[in-house]
Design a protein around this ligand. Structure first.
Ligand code: 4AD
Ligand code: MG
Length: 485
């Protein structure tokens, strides 16, 4: 039987529905190879599942040179007969009839060895880390979650909107944009005032990579009702944390005729739906992450250990109504809290108006309510210009969804749909109304109450996989000082 003539079967399918005695062809990469006097065993993985297929070679029947090339990382095309496994670890193994080494991986040079590598080391070889169990699982979970999000919105009648990547606006007004230019940086043209003459630039104005697709999302929602974006967003914030990337993917639904409460309901329903999808459709990968996390927890000091295992945290989202609390209510809880009284918080809560840090968010979720929390009605001065002002003139109709171990995963608001209020807020915040006159047009013509939010896709993947660093849930992370691969 020639290796090249048999149709390839994926390992996931073989492990699920293989039949003893079947002749099969498999292709993949060697994870481990172990040789004894008469037989050799190789674990072959093809990425279709976290599990590998055990290949059994008769050492005497296989060319010596070929056996020598079957090392960790090598790619193989193999034909053989499926049989019940002798070992307890797997149901099946493949008795190899013919093997072709498609690509060797010199054991002296291949950086991945069958042992535990640190996450830091794997980040340095991000071009090879998809070959590890952890990152294979990450890639599959990312795919399933993206699929679940599209399915959720599609079923609800939302339209997928492709908002632009290149833009002249800074939607969040935080000034953390990456500039985009074709000007010659060694000889930048100047205007009469001595500033950069962007009139000579590609777009004839200053441009940057988008920090959010929201503003364009609003334009579409105020025409077709309900839309969502799902695309890359870019932030040049110099924060080296385990929850920030310079390039991350964001899902931003935007809905006409939704008020803040409708907005919160949608976010909660979306999180329940997608986490439930993961529990059902990524069961093997999540079981792997659950085990991985239990091992990691064991290495932590007692007081830093999480009270819940990964799967329990996921079930917490699916099975509980989220706690809803105003910002003012949260400040009261935090002021009276033990870590605040005992000065254990890095940022002490002294009074109303303080911006909440991740330590406060996690206290509310993990210690106080012990379930997901939605905070709403934040002080206007710590939120973006587009949020709808409340009657009290102090707060805006903003909301953040907080999850255990992550903190903020969703941020959104009801939008200011009243033209005069919006113009007033923009002028208070020194945002030029001329620059955003297209955005204001949505209020000038046929304005309507509307709301939306942004979900950080990588934070969601962190939540579902329990990975502690956001750099380990995106294939090729971009952070300050890192843009390799
Ligand atoms: O809270 P943010 O900044 O909200 C917005 O951008 C709004 N325009 C969204 C909207 O209303 N349409 O960001 C939304 C979410 C955060 O809750 C967080 O999950 C994620 O995006 N996020 C990041 N994820 C990774 N790295 C970063 N640097 C992030 N910044 C925000
Ligand atoms: Mg936010």
């Amino acid at each position: 039987m020639a290796v090249d003539n048999v149709k390839r079967t994926k390992i996931k399918q073989i492990l699920a529905e293989g039949k003893v005695g079947e002749d099969l062809c498999v292709k993949g990469w060697v994870r481990t190879m172990r040789e004894s006097k008469n037989v050799a065993f190789a674990a072959l993985n093809d990425g279709s599942t976290i599990n590998s297929l055990q290949l059994v070679f008769d050492v005497h029947q296989t060319d010596e040179d070929t056996i020598r090339k079957i090392t960790t990382g090598a790619s193989l095309s193999v034909t053989g007969t499926l049989q019940e496994s002798q070992g307890a670890e797997q149901a099946f193994e493949l008795i190899v009839k013919e093997v072709k080494v498609l690509g060797e991986a010199d054991p002296g040079k291949y950086p991945l060895q069958p042992k535990k590598h640190s996450m830091e080391f794997l980040r340095e070889i991000a071009h090879l880390r998809p070959r590890t169990s952890t990152f294979g699982a990450i890639l599959r979970v990312r795919h399933e979650m993206a699929y679940a999000l599209h399915t959720f919105f599609h079923k609800k009648g939302f339209y997928y909107l492709n908002s632009p990547i290149l833009t002249a606006s800074d939607a969040e007004g935080a000034g953390e944009t990456f500039k985009v230019t074709t000007l010659n940086l060694e000889n930048v043209p100047k205007n009469e005032k001595g500033g950069i003459d962007f009139k000579q630039d590609f777009f004839e104005k200053e441009t940057n990579l988008t920090v959010s697709g929201q503003l364009e999302g609003e334009l579409a929602a105020l025409a077709v009702g309900e839309v969502y974006t799902f695309g890359p967003t870019f932030r040049a914030e110099n924060s080296n944390t385990t929850r920030h990337l310079a390039e991350f993917w964001m899902v931003e639904p935007e809905m006409a005729f939704y008020d803040l409460e409708d907005n919160m309901n949608l976010a909660e329903e979306m999180l329940k739906y997608t986490v439930n999808h993961a529990l059902k459709n990524c069961a093997e990968d999540i079981a792997f992450f659950n085990k991985r996390q239990l091992e990691e927890e064991k290495c932590k000091p007692q007081n830093e250990r999480s009270e819940l295992a990964l799967i329990e945290r996921l079930q917490l989202v699916v099975n509980n109504a989220f706690e809803r609390l105003t910002y003012s209510g949260a400040i009261e809880v935090l002021k009276r809290s033990k870590p605040n009284q005992k000065k254990k918080f890095q940022y002490l809560i002294e009074g109303w108006g303080a911006d909440l840090q991740s330590e406060h968010e996690r206290f509310l979720v993990e210690k106080y309510f012990k379930k997901p929390v939605i905070l709403y009605n934040y002080p206007k001065d710590i939120k973006a210009f587009y949020m709808r002002r409340n009657e009290d003139n102090k707060t805006v109709a903003a909301m953040d969804v907080l999850l255990p171990s992550i903190g903020e995963i969703v941020g959104g608001s009801q939008r200011e749909e009243r033209l005069n209020m919006l113009e007033q807020r923009m002028s208070e915040m020194n945002i030029l109304t001329e620059e955003l006159s297209w955005y204001l047009d949505a209020r000038r013509f046929g304005t309507a109450p509307h709301s939306g939010y942004g979900l950080g896709f990588e934070r969601m993947i962190q939540f579902v996989t329990g990975m502690s660093n956001i750099r380990d849930v995106i294939p090729f992370p971009r952070t300050p000082g890192n843009c390799e691969f």
